[in-house]
Design a protein around this ligand. Structure first.
Ligand code: LLP
Length: 434
């Protein structure tokens, strides 16, 4: 059984005792809980594995929505990755991390005019066009700025990815992109190709997230390569780039398969080569946009148990000091997580099942149900949840006016703050007292 904890985690008799060379008790006492802890070796190791597996002939863009904080984007920039941003806030974070603007890809199904203007003025590397309205706006912005803007057209390929419906994005009914079946994709492509000031660098598609098999990736590659051939027949141009989005799944529990980045890259590049040959299309440059599979496995969350409640013959609850405000995925998607006790090493102990719940005013505020924890679990004990690096902090809220946790980066025996803990003052900072 492989537990989905980062490579720098020390698990001893089923307990997390340290991470990145730092004792978990000192992390909890120095920074408080709940605490997001990011293992630098795992995070950077995954960035390097992506770059190595795809090679210099492809672009790896970190999808910042997974975990968008300045320090993480600084690491991505230093590792030579590009970055996918989908809002002014993510773009600003990339600026703050000194990300070279030509390595920024600007996404979004409803970019505000001001966001598009920023993208043009800052000279981002690619703007991904998602609608005909946006195309009009971008055309006039490029004209006003007197600049040529490199664009990708986001294609809705009609691919049904096998994942939770909330995170499937390639089917014809999806709100994202320009439908191939309905003819919108061709309209947009024709339009870009005849617009001075816009340069059609290629096509983009992202069909879903947490994808466990390669079927959807292969279907997208096939559809987009056939489309490259069509565009060549209609317009006499070969587009140079295919951006196939992110989506590689990660293991959240010991029972989940653990897809390999290296195998995924090999399979993807192979299917591009094969489809290009089969369709007589010059092989395009590939861009991938992994988010979850870079940040997810690198992060854990440390909590303190505040209340143990035994309902005799029914259930035992271990309530922790956070919950759905720092990790909404269990209540939003029914996501499952691995929870282990954390703290000092200890000999094996008797265990019994607990529902690990948060402190919010919702019965759905459950982090994981039926977790086997030490039978004598008590108030003040630490628990660690694995694989919370992606879409935890980035989807966090202040529900019940809980302050969002701090985040630390650990490695080589040191912990550095990535995000400070919000204070109660922060929570009311924008309230106006009548
Ligand atoms: N590129 C585009 C255009 C995307 O929309 C996304 C994710 C990615 C790349 C990165 O996908 P990843 O490699 O992380 O699967 N909140 C959900 C996930 C939503 C993903 C949205 N788009 C969750 O917690 O599962």
């Amino acid at each position: 059984m492989t537990r989905p904890f980062p490579r720098g985690a020390v698990i001893d008799n089923g307990r997390l005792t340290g991470i990145g060379g730092v004792d978990v008790r000192s992390l909890a006492s120095e920074f408080g809980t709940p605490l997001y802890v990011v293992d630098e070796a795992e995070l950077v190791g995954r960035m390097r594995e992506y770059r190595g597996a795809f090679g210099e002939g492809a672009t790896v863009a970190y999808a910042s929505k997974a975990l968008c904080v300045t320090g993480v984007l600084q690491l991505a920039a230093a590792e030579g990755l590009s970055v996918d941003v989908a809002s002014r806030g993510e773009l600003y974070t990339a600026q703050r991390a000194s990300f070279p603007m030509e390595r920024v890809i600007f996404h979004g199904n409803n970019k505000a005019p001001a966001e598009l203007r920023d993208a043009v003025d800052l000279g981002v590397g690619r703007v991904v066009v998602d609608s005909l309205t946006e195309l009009e706006r971008l055309t006039s912005l490029a004209r006003d700025a007197g600049r040529e803007v490199d664009v990708l057209v986001r294609i809705t390929p009609g691919v049904n990815a096998d994942t939770h419906t909330h995170i499937a994005t390639g089917h014809d009914e999806a709100k994202f992109g320009l439908s191939l079946a309905a003819g919108l994709a061709h309209t947009a492509i024709d339009q870009v190709l005849k617009t001075d000031g816009l340069r059609l660098a290629g096509l983009h598609s992202h069909v879903g997230s947490q994808l466990l098999t390669s079927a959807a990736f292969e279907a997208v590659v096939r559809t987009l390569i056939v489309l490259l051939g069509d565009i060549h027949r209609r317009h006499g141009v070969w587009l140079e780039e295919l951006n196939v989005g992110g989506g590689l799944a990660i293991a959240y529990t010991p029972y989940d398969p653990e897809p390999s980045i290296t195998q995924y890259a090999a399979a993807l590049l192979d299917s591009v080569d094969q489809e290009a040959k089969a369709n007589g299309v010059p092989a395009p440059r590939i861009t991938v946009e992994p988010g979850r599979s870079i940040a997810g496995p690198a992060g854990i969350t440390l909590y303190t148990v505040g209340t143990v409640k035994d309902v005799p013959g029914v259930v035992s609850f271990a309530a922790v000091d956070g919950g759905m405000s720092d990790n909404v995925r269990p209540s939003l998607y029914g996501a499952r997580y691995e929870v282990v006790p954390a703290g000092a090493p200890s000999p094996p102990r008797d265990a019994r099942p607990f529902d690990v719940v948060g402190k919010h005013c919702e019965s759905g505020d459950v982090i994981a149900a039926g977790v086997w924890l030490p039978a004598d679990l008590r108030e003040g004990d630490l628990l660690a949840v694995a694989a919370t690096g992606a879409y935890g902090y980035s989807m966090a809220s202040n529900y019940n006016r809980l302050a969002r946790p701090a985040m630390v980066l650990v490695g080589d025996g040191h912990a550095r703050l990535l995000v400070t803990r919000e204070t109660t003052e922060d929570l009311v900072a924008h309230d106006v007292v009548l």
